[in-house]
Structures are given as C-alpha cells and as structure tokens.
Design a protein around this ligand. Structure first.
Ligand code: SAM
Length: 447
C-alpha cells in the first residue's frame, strides 16, 4: 500500500538507512521497550505509566554494548516520565554492587515528575508510618466536608465519576495534604494510582476513553489496595534496588544545565504520535492538585515537546535549518510533500518540523554534556500520518532514521539502530513501522 504512494520518500529512507548498521528486530528487546512488564517489578508498579519502558532494558543494553557500569558516574534521562530509568540504574547498582553511580531524571509534567521522584525515593519510606497513615486516612477522611470540584470538565461528567466517589477522592486528597512531608508523597501516589480504577475511563492511545466499568471498586477499596501493595513492595525493594544518589528535576529535557555532565544518556523521548501527555494524564494532574487552573493546564501544554497538535506552537524551526542537517531536512520536506493537500496539511507540517527541531536541539544538548566515549541509548517508535480513510495517502515517518541522521550531523557516531520490534502496520507494507533503540557514541577527544 505504501510503496505506491511516495517512491521518493521511501528511496530517501532507504538511502539514509544504508548509512547505518541496522540490527534485526530482537525478541529479547520487544518486551523491554513497552510497559508490558511493569506489574512484575516492585516500586515500578506503583503507577502504571503506559508509555514506560522496562526496568530491565538498561541492564540488557549495557551487556550487549559491553559497557562496564562500574566506570559510570552520572546517567541522565532527559525525558524521564514515570522514572523507570532511575529504578533501572538502582537495579544495575544493586546487581553490580555500585554505590557511587548517580542518576538525574528530567520531566516536564509535574505529576509525572512527582511519580518518578516518589518511586526513586522508596529508601526513605518508613513502613510503620505508612501503615499508620493508611489507617488514619481510611478511618478519618470520611468526615471531610464537601470540597470544591476542580475546574476540569471531565470531573463534572456523571458518566465518569459519580458525585459520591468524586467527593470521596477529594476528601482523601485534602486529608493527605495535611500529612507530614515524609509520608505525604507516598500516600498521594497510592491515591493517584487509584484514580483510573474508580473512574469510568481507560487511557487509550492519545485520549481518555469513557468505558463502562460495572464492577469498579469503591474509592476506599481502591486506595486501600494501592497503599497495601506499596507497603508490601517496600519489603521487596531492598533486595532489588540500591539506594543511590538521584535527582528528579521539573524541567525541560531539551535544555540541560550548564554544569551538567553525563557518561550515559538513556531515554525515550515523546514519539511523533500525537500523544499529549498533559491530556492523557489530566485526571491525575488535577486530582492531585499539580494543576489547579485552566491557564496552568494550557501553559503546561505549551512547554511540552512538540510531538502533538493540541496547541499551536510558535516557531516551527529554529535549529534544523542549519546546513549540517540537510539530509534530515530533505527527508522531512519529502514527508510534508507526501501529505494530502487537505485542511490537515498545515498542522501536520508544523508537527513534523517542530518534532525534529526539538530532537535536534535535544541531541545538541546531549552531545554537549556527554563525556568523550560516552553512549546514548534513545528508544523511539516510528509512526504513520495522514487520513485513516485512505491508506494510500498515509505517510510513514521513520523517526529512528531521521533522529540517527540528525545525531550524526551533531557529531555523534551512530553505533547502530537496534530494531526492538516491528509494529503490526508493517504487514500493510510499511517496513519502517517499528520501534527502535538508537545507539550513539560521542567520539573521544570531542569534549
Ligand atoms: C516516552 S515518555 C518517557 C517514558 C519513560 N521512559 C518511562 O519509562 O516512564 C516521554 C516523556 O517526556 C515528557 N516530556 C514531554 N515534553 C518534555 C520536555 N520538554 N522536557 C522533559 N520531558 C518532557 C512527557 O511528559 C513524557 O513523560
């Protein structure tokens, strides 16, 4: 189906691909680039982040690329989401008895930054205090007086929340806000991970879908189970993870600090798939109080990576226009030309250009802070854009190839593109429908 539409674009992809070592899809990586193993790991399962990768991924990559973690001082994840990479480094540290390695995560969404920070902070949790707080909250929060419902339309929909459950949630939230700082975050995280269970919604790709959930638990049952599970995990965590120095910044992963240095950068940026994390995690953002006004909500969208069309971002391109990125830019121009000439063309064009411009800025920053000889592991998925009604006019976007090309122009050595798995759309003739791990190395002597 695809082969018929833009021969020019496909031959451009082929030419870029021929420049790189492409490692075949490996079943060993397929499960590690998705959230399918989240429930198996203590702490990691404190919040189900459906865009997460696996806690095991880092260990496997270090092995396959013969990187001795003993020589690593600082690992940075500029788009840390739910903080999987922080736990992954704690896990590697435990297995190889490392004490000095440290890890920095950066995340733009304040709710996700909180999730990542709370998970990585598990060594500070005092089990007895958490048990006492759970008992106190479950017995006491019921007496809370009615609370003002936050200004999010979804919260006012009776088919999603019945009034009683919503008031109960808000009651827990305000009781949690009065807890001691040492236990506050843990209790708030358990509460946050119960939200989706008690609402008639499911996170589905780029949206919240209203679904019927006839047997959903009561708010009390759901939060109680979450807190109990967290307490149980704390007992198992000591065997699995090493408490090491870490930091989770609320910030922009496209811009690292002047004083940052790293010897490994390990991350998965937002994919060019229209997912707006602000939207998908809006119930959690508002019900935990990290967002409390429409202006704040809107401002947050503008600060995110340009991977979605929820808002009209200014300045489509700032860096990608530079001469050295001409190969990538030419491919992007061809993607744009392949788009149907309809009313969606404008925003799709901005999306393509904005996305790769953001990747370009991020990669420059990564190059700047990485020490010579250091590696970057970047997990990314390719996508398809255009009208679903007409598959012959859909445009495959080979993000892995474009990103690798930008990285090469930035100064990185592209060690390989390790294909982790092919996506089902590949069956429709698009050989670029896949999720990959781009492996980069900063040459020695380029610091
Ligand atoms: C693919 S997810 C990362 C998932 C993560 N590896 C995990 O396992 O949880 C990409 C993340 O980038 C975040 N993000 C979007 N724009 C950002 C920005 N400008 N700076 C930092 N993080 C950003 C999103 O909120 C999302 O959490």
């Amino acid at each position: 189906v695809f082969a018929g539409m833009s021969k020019e674009l496909l031959s451009t992809y082929k030419a870029i691909q021929d420049e790189f070592v492409i490692l075949d899809p490996s079943s060993r990586y397929a499960d590690l680039v998705t959230a399918s193993t989240t429930a198996e790991y203590p702490i990691q399962r404190w919040f189900h982040f459906k865009e997460a990768f696996s806690v095991e991924l880092l260990d496997k990559l270090l092995d396959d690329w013969s990187i001795d973690p003993g020589i690593l001082e600082t690992v940075i994840d500029p788009f840390c989401g739910s903080g999987t990479s922080l736990l992954a480094v704690q896990k590697v540290a435990k297995k190889r008895k490392l004490k000095k390695i440290r890890v920095i995560g950066i995340e733009r969404n304040p709710f996700l930054q909180f999730v990542a920070n709370t998970k990585a902070s598990w060594p500070e949790a005092d089990i007895e205090s958490l048990e006492a707080a759970a008992t106190h909250l479950l017995n006491g929060a019921r007496k809370e007086s009615p609370h003002r419902i936050p200004d999010l339309t979804t919260l006012k929909r009776k088919d999603i929340f019945d009034r009683k459950s919503l008031r109960r949630l808000l009651g827990f939230k305000s009781a949690i806000s009065r807890l001691d700082p040492e236990i506050h975050d843990f209790m708030l995280l358990g509460y946050a991970s119960a939200i989706e269970e008690v609402a008639a919604v499911r996170k589905d790709g780029r949206a919240l879908r209203v679904v019927s959930k006839p047997n959903r638990p009561t708010v009390d049952t759901a939060v109680k189970q979450k807190w109990q599970a967290m307490i149980k995990d704390l007992k198992e965590a000591v065997e699995l993870f090493e408490p090491i120095l870490f930091e989770v910044r609320l910030g922009d992963g496209r811009k690292l600090n002047v004083e940052d240095t790293a010897d490994l950068i390990f991350y998965s940026p937002p994919y060019l798939n229209n997912i707006d994390y602000t939207e998908v995690y809006k119930l959690e953002l508002w019900l935990t109080g990290f967002v409390s006004s429409r202006t704040e909500f809107r401002d947050l969208r503008f600060k995110t990576f340009r991977s979605h069309p929820s808002v009209k971002f200014p300045d489509p391109v700032t860096k990608l226009d530079q001469e050295e990125y001409s190969i990538a830019k030419n491919a992007i121009n061809q993607m744009v030309s392949a788009l149907p000439d309809d009313s969606n063309r404008g925003w799709r064009e901005n999306l393509f250009r904005g996305y790769f411009d953001d990747m370009c800025q991020s990669l420059s920053e990564q190059f700047r802070v990485l020490t010579g000889g250091g590696h970057v592991f970047c997990v990314v998925g390719n996508s398809v854009h255009g009208p679903t009604s007409d598959p012959t006019r859909r445009v495959p976007v080979a993000s892995d190839l474009i990103i690798a090309s930008i990285a090469k122009a930035t100064g990185f050595e592209v060690a390989a593109i390790q294909v982790a798995r092919n996506l089902t759309r590949r069956l429709a003739g698009n050989e670029y429908a896949r999720e990959s791990i781009i492996v980069l190395r900063k040459p020695w002597g380029t610091d």
